[in-house]
Design a protein around this ligand. Structure first.
Ligand code: PLP
Length: 395
C-alpha cells in the first residue's frame, strides 16, 4: 500500500486533499514524497510567517526542548513570562493567556467577555459578531462565526451571538440590547475572502463600544504578527481593543495562540480558565523567536513593500485577464474573479507546482511567508498567468 492509501485509511477524512504527501519545507518551498517541489503561497493558512522550518524557530525549539518542555501550567515558566511581557509591550494590552490554537484563544476571549458581563454588566453575555466572519471550530467559536456553511452543523448552537454586517454601524446598533457585553470581529475577514473592515468602521466601533461600556474584541489571529505590515492590524487604525486574540503567525508554524486583555477586561478568577499545555515553554520559545524576527521596523517595512509589489502584480494580472479587484493589506491579499472558477485555478496551479488557496469560489487568497522574496512573487504571478491563460483558452 502506498503512503497516500495509508493516509486515507488512518486519518479521519475532514477535507479533500490532493494526493501529495509533504515531507520537507524550507522558506517558500515544500517538497513532497516524490521529491517534487512546490512554491507555497498558502503557508499553512498564513501560519508560517517566517516560511517553512525557519532556522530561528527551529533553533529556539531545539534549545528549549533540551532545557525544559513544560513544568505544568500550575507553575510559572520563564519562557512564557518573557513572551507575555514582550507581547504586552508590543500591543499596549496588559495581560496574556496562552493557548494552543486560535479557536481556543477566541473561546477564551468569549469566556472573558462573559465573565466581565457577569461581574460588571448585570449578567450581560451577548457578543455581537459579524456575517461571514470566522472565529474557529469549537462549538462556541462556530456559533460566533457568521460562516453560512456552519449554520446547519452541530445544532443547537451556543446562544448569544447576534450577527451584524461588516462596515455597517446601523446593523451593529440594531443588535445592541440589555444583554450585550461585547463586539467581536476580524479586522480583515480572511476566510470570507479577504474582506477588510474599513479603518473608519473600526474607529467608529471603538467609539461606540466606549460610549456603551461594551468590550471591543479583535480577532487578529490571521492579521496579527506582522501580516499586514504592522505588528498588529489595529496599529494601522489608531485604536486599541480591550481583548485581542493572536494565533497562526505567533508560533511561526508551531501551535501557539494567545488572548490578551487590558487590566480592566482581564477578569478571570482561579478556576475560570486553564489547560494542560497552555503556556508551555516549548511553544513559547517558538513565539519568542518569531516576535524577535518580526517586530523590528525594518522587517515590517519589508512586508509593506512586498505587499505593495504583490498587490500591483495581482492588479496587473487581473486587468490583463479581466478579473476583479485586489483586496487586503500587507501580505494578506485576495484577487476577486469574475466567475466561480477559483477551485479549478487552485487545482491547476497545484499541478504546476504552486500552492494557492480559494477561500470562496470567486476569490484567490495569497498569504505567503512574510520572508517571501520578490523573485518568488514574480515566479508565482508567472504560474498563475499561465494557468489563467490555459483556462481561458480551454473548451
Ligand atoms: N480566527 C481567525 C480570524 C482565523 O483565520 C482562524 C483560522 O483560520 C481562527 C480564528 C481559528 O484558528 P485555529 O485554526 O488555530 O483554531
Amino acid at each position: 500500500m502506498n503512503i497516500h492509501a495509508y493516509a486515507t485509511r488512518a486519518l479521519m477524512e475532514v477535507t479533500s486533499r490532493p494526493p501529495a504527501v509533504f515531507v520537507k519545507g524550507e522558506g517558500s518551498w515544500l517538497w513532497d514524497h516524490d521529491g517534487r517541489r512546490y512554491l507555497d503561497f498558502v503557508q499553512g493558512w498564513a501560519v508560517n510567517c517566517l516560511g517553512h522550518s525557519p532556522p530561528a524557530v527551529a533553533d529556539a525549539i531545539s534549545r528549549q526542548a533540551r532545557e525544559l518542555i513544560t513544568p505544568s501550567p500550575a507553575y510559572y515558566n520563564g519562557t512564557s513570562i518573557e513572551l507575555a511581557v514582550r507581547l504586552t509591550e508590543l500591543s499596549g494590552l496588559d495581560q496574556v493567556f496562552f493557548t494552543n490554537s486560535g479557536a481556543e484563544a477566541n473561546e477564551g476571549a468569549i469566556k472573558l467577555a462573559r465573565k466581565y458581563g457577569a461581574l460588571h454588566r448585570d449578567g450581560a453575555y451577548e457578543i455581537i459578531t459579524f456575517a461571514e466572519s470566522f472565529h474557529g471550530r469549537t462549538l462556541a467559536t462556530m456559533s460566533a462565526s457568521g460562516k453560512k456553511a456552519f449554520e446547519p452543523l452541530f445544532e443547537p448552537k451556543v446562544p448569544g451571538f447576534p450577527k451584524a454586517r461588516l462596515n455597517d454601524m446601523a446593523s451593529v446598533r440594531r443588535c445592541v440590547g440589555p444583554r450585550t457585553v461585547a463586539v467581536m470581529l476580524e479586522p480583515i475577514q480572511g476566510e470570507a475572502g479577504v474582506l477588510p473592515a474599513t479603518d473608519q468602521f473600526l474607529r467608529d466601533l471603538r467609539s461606540f463600544t466606549d460610549e456603551h461600556g461594551l468590550l471591543l474584541i479583535l480577532d487578529e489571529i490571521q492579521t496579527g504578527i506582522g501580516r499586514t505590515g504592522k505588528m498588529f492590524h489595529f496599529h494601522h487604525v489608531g485604536i486599541r481593543p480591550d481583548i485581542l486574540t493572536l494565533g497562526k503567525g505567533l508560533g511561526g508554524g508551531a501551535p501557539l495562540a494567545a488572548v490578551l486583555a487590558t487590566t480592566a477586561a482581564s477578569c478571570f478568577a482561579h478556576g475560570d480558565q486553564g489547560g494542560t499545555f497552555n503556556g508551555n515553554a516549548l511553544m513559547c520559545a517558538a513565539g519568542l523567536a518569531v516576535v524577535g524576527e518580526v517586530s523590528p521596523q525594518g522587517f515590517l517595512d519589508g512586508v509593506t513593500r512586498k505587499g505593495e509589489l504583490l498587490a500591483a502584480a495581482l492588479a496587473e494580472l487581473g486587468n490583463r485577464h479581466r478579473l476583479g479587484e485586489v483586496r487586503g493589506r500587507g501580505l494578506l491579499l485576495a484577487l476577486a474573479l469574475d466567475k466561480p472558477v477559483a477551485p479549478g485555478i487552485v487545482a491547476k496551479a497545484f499541478e504546476a507546482g504552486l500552492l494557492l488557496n480559494a477561500p470562496r469560489p470567486d476569490a484567490l487568497r495569497f498569504m505567503p511567508s512574510l520572508t517571501v522574496s520578490e523573485g518568488e512573487i514574480t515566479q508565482m504571478i508567472g504560474i498563475v498567468d499561465e494557468v489563467l491563460s490555459a483556462i481561458n483558452a480551454g473548451p
